[in-house]
Design a protein around this ligand. Sequence first.
Ligand SMILES: CC(C)(COP(=O)(O)OP(=O)(O)OC[C@H]1O[C@@H](n2cnc3c(N)ncnc32)[C@H](O)[C@@H]1OP(=O)(O)O)[C@@H](O)C(=O)NCCC(=O)NCCS
Length: 159
Amino acid sequence: MIELCKITWENFDECIQLELTEEQKGFLASNVYSLAQSYVALLNDELPAMTFAIYDDETMIGFVMIYHDTAEENEYGNEEAYGILRFMIDRKYQNKGFGTKALQKVLDYIRSFPQGEASAVYLSFAPENEAARHLYAKFGFQEIGIEDDEDEIVAKLIL
Ligand SMILES: CC(C)(COP(=O)(O)OP(=O)(O)OC[C@H]1O[C@@H](n2cnc3c(N)ncnc32)[C@H](O)[C@@H]1OP(=O)(O)O)[C@@H](O)C(=O)NCCC(=O)NCCS
């Protein structure tokens, strides 16, 4: 069963050792960078992003980082929203259906509105990232444009 689990002192090392393929490494920041960003938010009295290790039963298979924006903070739209900033499945466990099941869990979690209400979810991915494009389209994410600074495709799901 797929579950989103808290990152603890026990599983932290394993989480930062999760790996992508060489080709995928350019698609997103490392897990250690993501966890460091969350810490910087804490130091600045912001709500830290929600970071989870993704498990299939006892095995850690991936990592996700989710954030919440107020309508004023949202740079893509003008509503209160969640964003999926990082989502990865370790290279050993890809193409087995885990990404699909894990994304379903992530969206269920977002729909529980852990940091406040929202009416949309935003994310972005590199145009050459066909696996991400395919996966997100399957869940109803609509491509709404290109991010100016990073040349990434921005996609939105209305909740
Ligand atoms: C994107 C990612 C999370 C998908 O995880 P996964 O466990 O392999 O996903 P699944 O096994 O559930 O497969 C999802 C679908 O993508 C398809 N897919 C996989 N690789 C593909 C590729 N290179 N091109 C097109 N489709 C691809 C699968 O065939 C499957 O399609 P289906 O559901 O219609 O059968 C994983 O590839 C990954 O971690 N990539 C690197 C990190 C990343 O890019 N994250 C997203 C941007 S933040």
